[in-house]
Design a binder for this molecule. Structure first.
Ligand code: M6R
Length: 616
């Protein structure tokens, strides 16, 4: 028996899209794919039926590269795919859709077929040969082998044999239909009078309003022009609840900005206002539709924040808010590790899952595990209708508007606003801070948009500094307390879009090892705005300077003593410690953006990344 190893196979994390309707099918699919590119942009492809035959086009590269070579004008209906490779090289052969040997079926897939090796060997022993190394091709060959005239029934039979978390769409040249199956990866179906769309994300439905349904694990869907049928395993037909969704009318645009990242950095003052809107009143913090009762919140004695990347770092700042304002201990964990935890501080632990997309597989897995273990869960998401928003016991939306750039910016500051509000709410419920104090702190949050705007207005100064620092290939970012997660986040921004080696540290930790790396070619960016640790931070700046490393301080205006130590200073507005991450990170974001620009990096879609990481 072959080993069930995924080595060498093209496991995919990606966007899948299917279209049957009145619009031009090729155009509808490529528009849908462009909106799904946040799930991967290594390669793209489309397959549809025309004159009883499957037409297939695919390319290594972005959707725009596929569009450049798309000679298809008319298709009756089609499926389309954009890929982010996890295993297996990026090339045309591994790009989806994949065909069976008779070229009668085409299939696209998202996720992992864990037992693909056994299934592949079985097919090879039956004489089937494979063109690619993908698990996807195994799937399409299996369906072809099981097919006896009914595509959905073949899918149902094959699905029983598959292990893993995945979803897929398949078509057959003789049927005017698309059949889909989902097992843990998102698949939504939107239907209106003119069209039926299947997609990894309902936010890609362009047009009028849609009745939308989400497939649950193990469900098969068959869509035809004007009809949608859902089946449980064994082809038992079932009714499903749909919700009415107004679709977006046009895809987000960069407007006059050269990149989405810059636009989204500049949107932060407005996004923060929206995150606060309607949530602060004369009685303190108020959350509409939170779904978790005050009693159950009050009952929680530990908050367990989980997230990935930037969202994890927002959780770290949130942990400090909770401690400072609500006297609530918190455990901040990277989502991909959180699901392995077996011992908890308390059975009254509440998980707060933080995610811009609401679809990140690591965070979703941690949330599902916590739910399954009986813990209360709250999701902080930007994307409505996302899996986390649907599955958590309670949900708070960031209201930041679509974040398109892979590099997360406005989601971070909106997450911080929500975490600050949530901490004040918990403080009131737990009777920690007095009413007056909560109101004052709430009011101080309203100053944040202006504070961030002040930093945005200093863009020329930041760009000049970035130009000076753009020639270095290694950076340390450091800070204490609130400035520690801020430094980590600023380092993440820089490495992600500039491809330079940037690492964040607690400023007190450098002397325990990392300082050995410092020399005149290794700059340190110091986030200085935490007042409680002011003196200690000054000592850390001196330690860096003594090693000859170029030193850029991002410091509040009141901290004049920095002038004698740092080579360069970027002044930011004075603020209290809990609010300091906001102006500080705006400076960090602009600094990273300007360095990436100076180095000629692609910025909105950095290599090897995807906006939404839907595999674990
Ligand atoms: O959608 P999520 O917030 O769950 O995404 C989590 C991370 O993948 C994301 O924050 C990532 O680290 C960003 N690219 C950072 O800029």
């Amino acid at each position: 028996m072959p080993q069930e190893s995924l080595e060498g196979v093209d496991v995919t994390m990606c966007g899948i899209f299917g279209y049957i309707g009145k619009r031009n099918v090729v155009k509808a699919c490529t528009e849908g794919l462009s909106l799904l590119e946040y799930r991967g942009y290594d390669s793209a492809g489309i397959a549809g039926v025309v004159e009883g035959k499957i037409a297939l086009r695919k390319r290594a590269g972005k959707v725009a590269d596929l569009c450049e070579v798309l000679d298809l004008v008319h298709l009756d209906f089609a499926i389309a795919h954009t890929r982010w490779a996890t295993h297996g090289v990026v090339n045309e052969c591994n790009a989806h859709p994949h065909l069976d040997s008779s070229e009668s079926f085409a299939l696209i897939h998202n996720g992992i077929i864990e037992n693909y090796a056994t299934l592949k060997q079985e097919m090879q022993e039956r004489g089937v040969s494979f063109l690619s190394e993908t698990d996807t091709e195994v799937l399409v060959q299996l369906i072809a082998a099981e097919y006896c005239g009914d595509l959905a029934a073949a899918v149902d039979r094959v699905a029983k044999r598959l292990k893993g978390v995945f979803s897929f769409l398949v078509i057959h040249k003789d049927h005017q239909e698309i059949v889909g199956f989902a097992n843990g990866c998102p698949l939504s179906v939107g239907v209106n009078e003119d069209e039926v769309i299947l997609s990894s994300d309902p936010n890609t439905f362009l047009g009028q309003s849609f009745r939308v349904l989400f497939l649950d694990p193990q469900e098969t869907v068959r869509v035809r022009r004007g009809s949608v049928e859902i089946f449980d395993p064994g082809m038992k037909q079932k009714e499903k609840r749909t919700l009415v969704m107004e679709s977006i009318l046009k895809p987000p645009s960069k407007g006059s900005f050269p990149h989405f990242m810059l636009k989204e950095i500049y949107e932060q003052p407005e996004a923060c206002k929206r995150a606060l809107e309607g949530r602060l009143g004369s009685n303190g913090v108020f959350f509409q539709n939170l779904l978790l009762s005050e009693e159950s919140l009050r009952d929680s004695d530990v908050v367990w924040t989980v997230g990935s990347g930037t969202s994890f770092l927002a959780g770290m700042v949130g942990g400090l808010f909770l401690e400072e304002w609500a006297s609530l201990p918190s455990l901040c964990e990277i989502a991909s590790e959180a699901q392995y935890r077996t011992t908890f501080f308390s059975s009254k632990t509440m998980m707060v899952a933080i995610s811009q997309s609401g679809e990140t597989a690591d965070t979703l897995a941690a949330l599902r595990k916590a739910k399954c273990d009986g813990y209360k869960t709250l999701a902080l998401c930007n994307t409505e209708h996302s899996a986390m928003a649907r599955e958590a016991d309670g949900v708070l939306f960031l209201k930041a508007g679509p974040e398109v750039s892979v590099c997360s910016t406005k989601a971070f500051t909106s997450q911080l606003i929500l975490l600050a509000l949530f901490s004040l709410h918990m403080s009131a419920l737990r009777k920690r801070l007095g009413e007056e104090e909560i109101l004052l702190l709430g009011k101080s949050l309203e100053q944040l948009p202006q504070m961030m705007q002040t930093v945005l207005d200093r863009v020329d100064q930041i760009a000049a500094l970035a130009k000076k620092y753009a020639r270095y290939d290694d950076f340390f970012f450091m800070g204490r307390r609130y400035m520690y997660p801020t430094a980590l986040e600023a380092a993440l921004k820089l490495k992600e879009i500039s491809y330079v080696n940037a690492n964040g540290y607690p400023a007190g930790e450098l002397k325990h090892g990392p300082i050995a790396l410092l020399d005149r070619n290794f700059p340190v960016i110091a986030f200085c705005a935490n007042e409680k640790t002011r003196e200690k931070m000054i000592s850390n700046l001196m330690e860096v300077k003594a090693r000859g490393a170029p030193l850029l301080a991002i410091a509040p205006e009141r901290m004049k003593e920095v002038e004698k130590i740092a080579d360069d200073i970027l002044w930011i507005p004075d603020s209290s410690d809990p609010l300091a991450p906001f102006p500080s990170i705006v400076a960090g974001q602009l600094f990273a953006y300007e360095i990436a620009k100076a180095r000629g990096c692609p910025i909105d879609q950095p290599r090897n990344l995807a906006k939404s990481v839907t595999v674990e």
